[in-house]
Design a binder for this molecule. Structure first.
Ligand SMILES: [Zn+2]
Length: 189
């Protein structure tokens, strides 16, 4: 892992990727040189820890949005079951989606079903699905799903200059710059 990053997204992604190789004992990670986790693994884990600590003030909805945008969506699965595709949702990514699905309830958006909120958030954060596909899975009316999608998208603040999402990016940028982790390229006039 690098010492510094030029974007919030690349810093968070690197931190997620390092810690996102789950379900393996540390001893096996540390000898796995093919993954680049050799003797410098501890040093890299330390850098990932620095990134998370710097972002601590964004705990809650802001960090969930940033991780849902930045973490890899999938990771390898080594369960070796016949039915397994060899891929599984990345734990950091899916945790962020679950946390947002929970927060959306307290935001009083009037969307009672957890599975509906989660499906909409999955779609917002990259697992694209049409309203009719989601409606079919949920056994709901597509119009209602579309209406709820718009509510959740507005709450996240997609493409809104002062929404929750853009605010989270701005704050993360400041925090990572203060910590010396984010180094912005000087803009040429
Ligand atoms: Zn598996």
């Amino acid at each position: 892992m690098r010492d510094t990053f030029d974007s919030v997204q690349s810093a968070i992604r690197a931190a997620c990727e390092l810690e996102g190789i789950p379900q393996r004992p540390l001893s096996s990670r540390m000898t796995d040189r093919t993954l680049g986790l050799g003797s410098n693994w501890e040093e890299q884990a330390g850098r990932a820890g620095m990134i998370w600590r710097a972002l601590q003030p964004l705990n809650g909805m802001p960090i969930s949005i940033l991780v849902a945008r930045s973490a890899p969506r999938q990771t390898r699965c080594s369960c070796r079951r016949a039915c397994c595709s060899g891929r599984q949702p990345h734990p950091y990514w899916i945790e962020a989606i679950d946390a947002l699905a929970e927060s959306a309830l307290t935001a009083k958006l009037g969307i009672k079903r957890y599975d509906e909120r989660k499906l909409i958030l999955l779609s917002i954060f990259g697992e694209r699905a049409t309203f009719s596909e989601m409606a079919k899975l949920l056994q709901m009316d597509p119009q209602t799903v579309a209406e709820h999608y718009r509510k959740i998208a507005a709450w996240i603040g997609i493409r809104a200059a002062n929404g929750n999402e853009s605010q989270a990016w701005r704050e993360a940028e400041q925090l990572l710059m203060q910590a010396g982790i984010l180094v912005k390229q000087m803009e040429t006039a």
